[in-house]
Design a protein around this ligand. Structure first.
Ligand SMILES: Cc1cc2nc3c(=O)[nH]c(=O)nc-3n(C[C@H](O)[C@H](O)[C@H](O)COP(=O)(O)OP(=O)(O)OC[C@H]3O[C@@H](n4cnc5c(N)ncnc54)[C@H](O)[C@@H]3O)c2cc1C
Length: 332
């Protein structure tokens, strides 16, 4: 057992994704417990500063793959390059963020490397034999399954954003190993343009107040009431999966096993049944309020304050009362 832990470090416009830093921090802990080393793989052009930043998070080696231009598609070109690199160095563990890029790369890599993959893990541990224990919500999220890959290498997992703590570790003099990344492999996908996604004013992961909506919200017009309430309270709007599928909410607003983990002081869920896939993403909220027409809804078992009622009646009243209270305080 060499105890070599690798993390795929994602960056956009020379800024590392938080989930990559979260996994690196955990990766350092795992590498130390195995008496091994921690490496990061970075892909992109002109990333020397980013590579140095990775070292400041406790990385022993940064494998920086630099393509001839920025017009490459990760799902083909990075898979090819990473497969080669992994075959060359044979790490024990390879971890990626459960982001859209990670979710595309990881299964393709696992198939090429003929190894297993656990997706959307929310914890990682090491057992007495030095195997990686990959903890994943399973069977509708009702139980936490621990998955082990005892034979094949590398042991691969994607990790949900927001479930691990970021810890800087400047104790290392990590090496930065740059190599060119040829754009090998025929890609049926061509990058025509990159468009910056519009983001919320308040980030979901850092929001003190999260207003979340589910399938029960019913349509885009009703969804606007969640946006209005969040704006009034200085909070962020989150969603379960169905509103994202319906196009009322954006992918980055999804909370839960396949989405974000939130830790607000106040979480308010409207028209959400309380399936574990969603609840694992909100369980660290300090105070949970749920509004649902069904008194038997699962969310009522986990909330601090539940309202059995129709969100179409409750939301307008709530918004109106908050506005009224504010105008009275301001003396209008
Ligand atoms: C592998 C996997 C991963 C998944 N990952 C995620 C994830 O990360 N996040 C996630 O959210 N889901 C995820 N899901 C989906 C998840 O299992 C549930 O399907 C989803 O969370 C249900 O969303 P919901 O509560 O909005 O919808 P529903 O379960 O359909 O609940 C809608 C609720 O709205 C209530 N309602 C209806 N009308 C009103 C009204 N007018 N006023 C008030 N209440 C009303 C209903 O009583 C009902 O309880 C995943 C599923 C799988 C298989």
């Amino acid at each position: 057992m060499k105890g070599e832990v690798w993390v795929y470090a994602e960056s956009t416009e020379r800024v590392l994704h938080e989930v990559s830093l979260e996994i690196l921090s955990k990766g350092r802990e795992i590498a130390d417990s195995l008496g091994g080393s921690l490496s990061a793989v970075l892909v992109g052009r002109d990333l020397m500063d980013v590579a140095k930043e990775l070292v400041s998070f406790g990385t022993d080696q940064v494998y920086w793959l630099e393509p001839p231009d920025s017009n490459f598609y990760p799902g083909v070109h990075v898979v090819e390059a990473l497969t080669e690199l992994v075959k060359e160095h044979d790490p024990d563990i390879l971890l990626l963020g459960a982001t859209s890029v990670g979710a595309e790369l990881a299964p393709k890599l696992a198939a090429r490397l003929k190894t297993g993959l656990s997706a959307h893990c929310n914890d990682l541990k090491i057992d007495e034999q030095g195997h990686l224990l990959q903890v994943v919500p399973a069977f509708g999220g009702g139980v936490l399954a621990t998955i082990v890959c005892p034979e094949k290498r590398p042991q691969m997992a994607t990790i949900s954003p927001g479930v691990m703590k970021i810890r800087r570790n400047e104790s290392r003099n990590g090496k930065i190993l740059r190599r060119e990344m040829p754009l090998n492999g025929k890609s049926r996908v061509k990058v025509l343009d990159s468009v910056k996604e519009e983001r919320m004013e308040v980030s979901l992961e850092k929001a003190e107040i999260v207003i979340a909506g589910g399938w029960g919200v019913g349509n885009k017009e009703n969804w606007q009431m969640l946006e209005d309430l969040a704006k009034l309270l200085g909070g962020a709007v989150g969603a379960t999966r169905p509103p994202v599928d319906e196009g009322w909410a954006r992918e980055y607003q999804m909370i839960g096993q396949s989405g974000k983990t939130v830790r607000p002081t106040l979480y308010m869920g409207f028209g959400i049944s309380g399936m574990m896939h969603h609840m694992v993403g909100i369980q660290d909220s300090e105070f949970i309020i749920a509004v649902n027409t069904d008194p038997e809804a699962e969310i009522f078992k986990m909330c601090d304050f539940g309202v059995v009622g129709d969100l179409k009646e409750i939301l307008p009243c709530l918004i109106q009362e908050i506005k009224k209270g504010r105008s009275e305080r301001e003396g209008f």
